[in-house]
Ligand binder design. Structure first.
Ligand SMILES: Cc1ncc(COP(=O)(O)O)c(C=O)c1O
Length: 404
């Protein structure tokens, strides 16, 4: 008799998984306050949110921007990085990590990731450093904090900087310190899928007041605080957040701590349940990472052992009622524009000087083929639902022969 739901067996979970975004009277009240105040920009809320979020992460300064992508671009620009420079990035991430580097004229150089946590491998970073390297940009993938101790040591040795792509790590901590200002600065995203969201939005955090001032200027048309309105000191742009977005973010922030703890507790249940299940590799949480935001929960499947590919495995999980997906399907450097630099006008300055066809990061290539993602909102379900989802994953592994 068939067991798996994909073959007509009984579905393991029939739960209604939490929707995202979660919102309520706090957002409604904040939005109304902005609406009725008539102060839709340059009001109080943006500044309040910058202070509140910087405090939440334990950073001295916060400068909002209209999304995480431009927050990265502003951080790079404010650190003086541009044409002729190289920035080391991981290839297992959203395109913005590398495209932000290229948008400021610098060259992204890919270093592989670690199989334990899918964050950048510091040993490969060292191998990729040249006299053109100006920064390392680790991604705290899915809220997993990259090894900031080793990365900070490497950059100190070479006189360069760490810019954290913290776009998945609201609430993550490394030895008690929030991500974002563990390196020189860090950028966060508040895009629609993120654990705290205003549909679009971003922020740069730093402990460096002068750097924060430059970021502010670049996001505000190159203005300098205290100087006349139509005096522009830098080649900036208009990258500001609105008061409406800040009102939503202030409301979302009131729930972030409790939601983060819940995601962490549910992830621990999954870790425990999946450890030792044949065909599955559970990732490792470094003990120096004292809190993890869990933008998603990831595990890897051993396709060779299971004799089933990842896509088929996911189809079976979805049929059991588990909202699984495959995440980043290819390393960034295999995206079409990296192979066609001379045909893409915005990328033409890079044509001839770099050849991404030759790049190979073997760990990333394997992970792109075998990782399974469960989204952050799923991790807000009640404990029983998470236990049922764990049972569903085990069920698929135990009946894997039905998928071959
Ligand atoms: C790792 C990472 N970096 C940067 C970004 C860019 O953020 P945004 O979408 O707010 O521009 C994202 C967004 O998905 C991301 O996941």
């Amino acid at each position: 008799m068939k067991q798996l739901a994909i073959n007509g067996g009984k579905k393991a979970c029939s739960h209604q998984w939490p929707d995202w975004p979660i919102w309520g009277d706090e957002e409604r009240k904040g939005l109304n306050e902005v609406l009725e105040s008539g102060k839709w920009w340059y009001g109080q809320k943006v500044g309040q949110f910058e202070r509140a979020f910087a405090d939440f992460q334990g950073a001295n300064f916060g400068v909002t921007a209209c999304n995480g992508t431009v927050a990265l671009e502003v951080a790079l620009t404010a650190l003086g990085i541009g044409a002729g420079d190289e920035v080391i990035v991981p290839p297992f991430t959203f395109v913005a990590t590398a495209s932000a580097v290229m948008r400021v004229g610098a060259v992204p150089v890919f270093a592989d990731i670690l199989p334990e946590n899918l964050c950048i491998d510091p040993a490969d970073v060292e191998r990729k450093i040249t006299d053109k390297t100006k920064a390392v940009m680790p991604v705290h993938l899915g809220g997993h904090v990259a090894d900031m101790d080793v990365l900070n040591d490497i950059v100190a040795k070479h006189g360069i900087v760490v810019i954290e792509d913290a776009c998945h790590s609201w609430g993550s901590r490394w030895k008690g310190k929030g991500t974002g200002a563990i390196g020189s600065c860090g950028a966060f995203s508040f895009q629609a899928s993120k654990n705290i969201s205003s549909a679009e939005g971003g922020i740069i955090l730093t402990d460096d007041e002068a750097l924060a001032g430059r970021c502010r200027s670049y996001t505000n048309c190159g203005r300098t605080e205290g100087r006349p309105w139509y005096e522009h000191h830098r080649l900036g742009s208009n990258l500001r957040l609105t008061e409406f977005q800040a009102a939503i973010l202030l409301a979302q922030l009131t729930r972030l701590e409790a939601q983060t703890l819940k995601r962490q507790a549910n992830a621990a249940i999954l870790d425990e349940a999946l450890k030792g299940v044949p065909g599955i590799t559970v990732l490792t949480n470094d003990s120096r990472m004292t809190r993890r935001s869990y933008h998603f929960y990831t595990f890897r499947i051993k396709s060779d052992e299971l004799c089933v590919g990842r896509e088929r495995f996911i189809e079976a999980l979805v049929a059991e009622g588990v909202p699984a997906s495959s995440g980043y399907p290819i390393p960034l450097y295999k995206n079409p524009f990296f192979g066609n630099l001379d045909e893409e006008p915005a990328a033409r300055p890079f044509a001839g000087s770099v050849n991404y066809d030759e790049v190979c990061c073997p760990v990333c290539e394997a992970v792109c083929a075998d990782a399974v993602w469960l989204p952050q909102a799923f991790l807000l379900a009640d404990e029983q639902a998470i236990r049922d989802a764990s049972a569903a994953i085990k069920k698929v592994c135990e009946n894997i022969g039905e998928l071959r």
